[in-house]
Every structure is written in C-alpha cells, then in structure tokens.
Design a protein around this ligand. Structure first.
Ligand SMILES: Nc1ncnc2c1ncn2[C@@H]1O[C@H](COP(=O)(O)OP(=O)(O)OP(=O)(O)O)[C@@H](O)[C@H]1O
Ligand SMILES: [Mg+2]
Length: 430
C-alpha cells in the first residue's frame, strides 16, 4: 500500500522538477557554444584585439557570455538539487509511517516485531532502487539535449555529392582511383549562374567561355565582383546553380569529386599552410615527390632562396597556419605546393598580390616557360600580372563584360580600359 502511494509521489516530484530543467539543459548547451565561440575568436584575433585596444571590450564580452552560462547552470543546479532532498524526505516519511502503523499492531500483539523490521528493509530496498532510477532522469535530459545537437550534424546532407552513375568517360578503369587516366584540362563554362546558399541574388550570371590546355585565362574585375567565386567553381567547392561547368566535355557534377580535384592545383586567395615542415606541406598533393621535385617547384615559385636560408631547409618547421613565415613567403609556398602536384589545371586566386613587383614578374616568367601544357586560371588585381594572358575575362557585378587579349580589350572594353587607366594613374603617383 505504502509503495502505491510513495512511487507516484516520487514520480510527480521528479516530473515537476524535470519539466523546468529540460528546456534549461538545451539552453545551457547553446550557451556553452556561445562561450566557446567567443574564446575561439579571442585567440584567433588576438592581434586585432590588441591593435584596436579592445582587450577590455573582449574581456567584457567573455564575461557576459560566461555569466550568462553561469546563471543558467546555477538555475539548473538549484532546480535539480531540490530533487534529492525531496526524494529523501518522501522515503524517510514513508518509513516513519510504516513504523507508526506497525508499532500499533505490534503493541496490540497482532504482529511479531521481526515482521515489521523485515517489512521496512524491503520497502527501503524498493524505494532505493526507485531513487536510482530517478537519478537517471537527471542525466537523461542532458544527454538528450547533447544527442539532439550531435544528431543535427550527423544527419546534415553534404550539398556536393558524387554521382551515383559517373559519366561513361570515367568508367574505363573502375576503382583505379582518379589520376590514372589524366584529364586533359579543357574547362568550359556554359552559361554558368551561381547563387550562394541563402543569398537572394546570383553572384555570377551567364558566364560562358572555354579555357584550353596551354592557355592562361586571367580574370579581372573590381573587389567583390565574383572572381573568387568563379574560380571556386572549378574544383567544385560549390555546384553551379544554373548552366554547367564541363571539364574535357563532361559536366563535373557527373564526375567523382576526387577526380575533379586531383586535376586542379588550387592556390587559394588566403594562403594556408599546415603545421609540420616545409617538405610535409609541399608533399601535400603528391606524397611520393622526391626532394629534387620539391626544390624544382620551390625554384619555380621563387621560394628556393628563402627556404634554403631557413634552418633545416626542406625540413624547416612550419608553425600552425604557417604563422612563422611572411605572407608573401606563405603565398609562394602554397604556389610551390600546387606545382609539386603537377595537375592539368591551375587556379591562382590572387596569388601574386603579396609578392613584390619583381618577384611577381619572375614567377610568371618561370611559370610560362615550364607550365606549358596546363590550363591556367589567374585572378589578379594588377593588370601588369595578366597583360600577356591568352584570354582576359573582365567581370563586373558577376557578369562578363569583355573577353579577349589585352590589346583587344583596350580597344573594345570600356570597363577594362578604366581598370588599366586607374592603375596607370596609381603607378604614376607612386
Ligand atoms: N560564402 C559566401 N556566402 C555568401 N556570399 C558570399 C560568399 N562569399 C562571397 N560572397 C559574395 O559574393 C560576392 C563575390 O565575392 P568574391 O569573393 O567572389 O569576390 P572577389 O571578386 O573574389 O573579390 P576580391 O577581389 O576582394 O577577392 C561578394 O559580393 C560577396 O558578398
Ligand atoms: Mg577574391
């Protein structure tokens, strides 16, 4: 009888407390997130914070996030800490009740005292187990809140997926991995349109041109006109939202991603190196490259000199993110990394911007004389960098406003003439 009363009572207490605590657990996870985000930003942006004398502002930001989390955690703990005392109270009250009623029966001689003790022992054992089960309920909501968040990551579908049925062209040597039959590197943009996920307007519209092996295609245009976006489509970092991008006549959506990316030597706008050594970074795209190949690539990228002066040469350590080399050196190493791979397609996204004028022109001359059979894309700010390209694509607001050689564009493209003139004016001032 006592159990029939006590267990539901316990359940009611637990339910009331948990109903309050459950949403708080979810909130707590979010706030832990927020705190981590603030700390990460603080560490990544230390220099900026110091330079802008925002140390106190950042400390306050951390403090706010931290206090917010503390408040929630305290509320949860206070709520949950009610649970044990109330459960103990229920348990002990019930044993008092048993003693009370039992004692009367023992007194009247209706029951031997041994029965009473045994009864209490049993009830206590049952209630102790019930309490253990109840304590589980404290852990479960937290686990549920965490599990939901992990689940959200796990079920997220990648937006770039390999084709189920790769184009016939790729089925010649199934399972042999990409690179066994080398792509030639004819890159065709066919009326390409691209909108970033969630954005309203397309960043690129109606891009149509073809780049052939052995040719340099330059892309110029003002800041934010979509140059990086355009070249990011080549290794299929994003899928086009209209039209098609073809390599060797095959839509890249119909090729395994590995095959496309193995064919592209990508030098990102923001050079990134991994912690390790110069050699480990250079071998990133071709693990079995010999030291000679590495030096050859370094020489091409105009990086030989400074690497040989580094202690250890190829084995010189590179810190996390490449923070122990200068911006220009980082860029040259990232160019060398792509050159070691010897792909049929190169994408230089503004890779020459951190180089001084002379290094820039020496590098391009070296590229022109050795990388003769690859399809090369160069995004550049300086017109001098791309003047001798086989084809210059002039972008404005995501649209092609001119395609041709330097001379043709000088004659026929107003936007290009403006870019050239503005830079000449700058040079005269400088
Ligand atoms: N990840 C992104 N999500 C949403 N919009 C983006 C994203 N990246 C870029 N954009 C938008 O796309 C436009 C083109 O950006 P993009 O990086 O291609 O310019 P860009 O021509 O390379 O500029 P820059 O010369 O400064 O490198 C920008 O106006 C920007 O607002
Ligand atoms: Mg860019």
């Amino acid at each position: 009888m006592s159990i029939a009363v006590v267990v539901p009572l316990m359940a009611i207490v637990v339910w009331t407390i948990m109903r309050r605590a459950l949403p708080l657990f979810k909130l707590q996870q979010k706030k832990i997130d927020r705190l981590n985000q603030v700390v990460r930003e603080k560490i990544a942006g230390t220099r900026v914070i110091r330079a802008f004398v925002k140390t106190e502002h950042e400390a306050r930001r951390f403090d706010d996030a931290n206090r917010d989390l503390t408040d929630t955690a305290l509320t949860i703990q206070r709520t949950v800490s009610l649970m044990m005392p109330s459960l103990m109270l229920i348990m002990n009250l019930s044993s008092a009740a048993i003693l009370w009623f039992g004692a009367h029966r023992v007194e009247s001689g209706g029951m031997p005292i041994g029965n009473l003790t045994a009864f209490i022992a049993y009830v206590m054992q049952i209630l102790a187990s019930v309490m253990m089960a109840v304590l589980m309920f404290v852990m479960i909501p937290r686990a549920v809140a965490s599990a939901e968040r992990i689940e959200a990551v796990l079920v997220a579908k990648p937006s770039i997926v390999d084709p189920l049925d790769p184009a016939a062209d790729d089925q010649r040597e199934p399972g042999s991995g990409a690179g066994s039959d080398r792509l030639r590197g004819v890159v065709e943009f066919r009326d390409v349109e691209f909108t970033y996920p969630g954005a309203e307007a397309p960043v690129l519209k109606g891009i149509t041109f073809t780049a052939h092996p052995g040719e340099v295609t330059a892309i110029v245009g003002s800041t934010g006109c979509g140059k990086s976006t355009l070249v990011n489509l080549v290794p299929r970092f994003y899928d086009v939202t209209g039209g098609a991008l073809l390599i060797d006549g095959v839509d890249i959506r119909n090729m395994p991603q590995e095959r496309v990316r193995n064919a592209v030597g990508f030098i990102p706008q923001k050079a990134f190196l991994f912690s390790g050594t110069v050699a480990s970074n250079l071998r990133y795209g071709k693990e079995d490259a010999t030291d000679e190949q590495l030096w050859a690539a370094l020489e091409l990228a105009q990086a030989k000199e400074f690497v040989s002066e580094m202690p250890g040469g190829l084995e010189a350590p590179i810190a996390q993110g490449g923070s122990n080399v200068s911006g220009g050196q980082r860029q040259r190493l990232s160019i060398a990394r792509a050159l070691v791979k010897q792909p049929p397609i190169y994408v230089f996204d503004d890779s020459f911007s951190a180089l001084d004028f002379r290094t820039d022109s020496r590098l391009r001359a070296a590229l022109r004389s050795t990388v003769t059979d690859a399809t090369v894309f160069i995004v550049a700010q300086r017109v001098s960098t791309i003047m001798d390209a086989d084809r210059i694509v002039v972008l404005e607001n995501g649209m092609v406003v001119g395609i041709g050689t330097h001379d043709e564009l000088m004659r026929g493209c107003e936007v290009y003439r403006e870019i050239v003139h503005s830079q000449h004016a700058e040079e005269e001032i400088a």
